[in-house]
Design a protein around this ligand. Structure first.
Ligand code: SF4
Length: 139
């Protein structure tokens, strides 16, 4: 069996909102292969994800990554803390993508990303909030 996908806490919700945009061509191609090619593909809900506290499988080709850190580490730490608390994620916890989506539905109400994701450059565009609403409406 392949190893779990490694995600830092705030990337669970970023995966919900992903629409094929990112920080560079390589970053976007990698994120698309994980999000569209695996998690949103047939059987994706059964894939395992391990919660990590540093650069993860989405960060790997990011032009802002510096080793295990980020050029914007203070903001990333704030997002990770807020999202870990909201989703009740523990370090090294392993959960399936289906379980992660259930946890988002149970813990992140519509309209909460302006606060939860405050400071993220993608938040003002509204695609993550729209995707969160679709996730709830699909219940
Ligand atoms: S607004 Fe930013 S941090 Fe929040 S889910 Fe979207 S991309 Fe991720």
């Amino acid at each position: 069996m392949s190893r779990p996908i490694r995600y830092r806490p705030h990337h669970f919700l970023c995966t919900i909102g992903f629409e094929g945009k990112g920080y560079s061509e390589a970053f976007t191609a990698n994120m698309a292969s994980i999000v569209d090619g695996r998690l949103r593909a047939k059987g994706g809900d059964d894939l395992q994800i391990e919660v990590v506290g540093a650069a993860d499988d989405l960060c790997a080709p990011c032009p802002k990554r510096r080793g295990n850190l980020c050029t914007n580490q203070t903001q990333i730490n704030r997002l990770d803390r807020a999202h870990a608390a909201a989703l009740d994620l523990a370090p090294r916890e392993v959960l399936t993508w289906g379980e992660a989506k259930d946890r988002i539905r149970q813990n992140v109400p519509k309209g909460s990303l302006a606060t939860l994701c405050e400071g993220c450059q993608w938040e003002p565009y509204g695609m993550c909030e729209a995707a969160l609403a679709r996730l709830h409406d699909a219940d």
